[in-house]
Design a protein. Structure first.
Length: 237
C-alpha cells in the first residue's frame, strides 16, 4: 500500500507543478500578445462600462497567474504534501486545487481595487494633465519603495516563505478554502504595492518581468532581505 501511494503522490506532484507552469506560460503568452494594447488596462473612454471592467479584471487575473504562480508553486506543492499526509491521494489533489482557486480569488478581489485605481488614474491624467500625472506616478513608485522597508511587508513576506506547518493560517480547524484565502491575503499584502507601480511604468512586459523576478527572488532565495532592500533603493531613486 505504501509504495503505490508514494508513486501516486509523486505523479500528482509532478502534474500540479507542470499544470502551474503551463498556466503561467500561457498567461505570459497572452500578456506578450496583448502588450500593444497595454493588457487591456488603458482605455479611459470605456473605463466606466461593464465591458471594460470585465476586460480589466480578466487581464489582471491573467497577469497574476503569469507573475505569481512560478514563485508560489513551492507553497502549493507543500500544501499538497501536507494534505496527502492526512487524506487519500485523489482527495489531496482536489484539495490542492481548491487551495489554489481560493488564492487566485483573493488576487481577483485585489484586481477590483486596482480597477478603482485605474479609474482614478484616468481621471487625474485627463483633468490635471500629463505633467502632474507623471509626478503622481513618481509618488506611487516612491511609496512602493518605502513599503518594501515596512514591518508589514516583512511580516507578509515571512508568512509567504515559512514552512506551511508554521504559518499562522495553517490549522486543522481551518477549512481548505479559508487557508487559500489567508495565504492569498498575505501575498497581496506583500506584493500589491509592487504591482501598482506597473501603472506609472506603462504596463510593459519588461516591467512585469522585472517584478516577477523580484517576487521569485524574495520567495526563493535564502536571504530575501537584501533583495527587499535593493528593490526599495531602486524604486526610491
Amino acid at each position: 500500500m505504501g509504495e503505490p501511494q508514494l508513486d501516486a503522490l509523486l505523479v500528482q506532484r509532478n502534474i500540479i507543478l507542470i499544470l502551474l507552469l503551463m498556466l503561467a506560460a500561457a498567461a505570459w503568452a497572452v500578456l506578450v500578445w496583448a502588450t500593444p494594447g497595454h493588457v487591456g488596462m488603458d482605455t479611459p473612454v470605456a473605463s466606466s462600462t461593464g465591458i471594460y471592467a470585465t476586460l480589466f479584471l480578466t487581464s489582471w487575473v491573467v497577469m497574476m497567474v503569469a507573475m505569481m504562480f512560478p514563485a508560489t508553486a513551492p507553497m502549493f506543492l507543500a500544501f499538497h504534501k501536507d494534505q496527502s499526509a492526512k487524506y487519500q491521494p485523489d482527495d489531496a489533489f482536489a484539495f490542492t486545487w481548491i487551495f489554489i482557486t481560493a488564492y487566485l480569488f483573493v488576487w481577483a478581489l485585489a484586481g477590483i481595487a486596482a480597477y478603482t485605481g485605474e479609474l482614478v488614474a484616468s481621471a487625474v491624467r485627463y483633468s490635471l494633465g500629463p505633467t502632474i500625472a507623471a509626478q503622481l506616478g513618481g509618488v506611487v513608485i516612491l511609496l512602493a519603495g518605502v513599503y518594501q522597508l515596512t514591518p508589514l511587508k516583512e511580516l507578509c513576506l515571512r508568512e509567504c516563505r515559512m514552512a506551511i506547518a508554521t504559518t499562522t493560517w495553517h490549522g486543522e480547524k481551518t477549512n481548505l478554502f479559508n487557508m487559500g484565502l489567508l495565504h492569498g491575503f498575505f501575498c497581496v499584502g506583500c506584493y500589491l504595492p509592487l504591482f501598482v507601480t506597473l501603472y506609472p511604468l506603462g504596463m510593459s512586459i519588461g516591467a512585469m518581468a522585472v517584478i516577477t523576478f523580484i517576487v521569485l527572488a524574495e520567495k526563493a532565495l535564502p536571504w530575501p532581505t537584501p533583495v527587499r532592500y535593493t528593490t526599495a533603493v531602486v524604486l526610491v531613486l
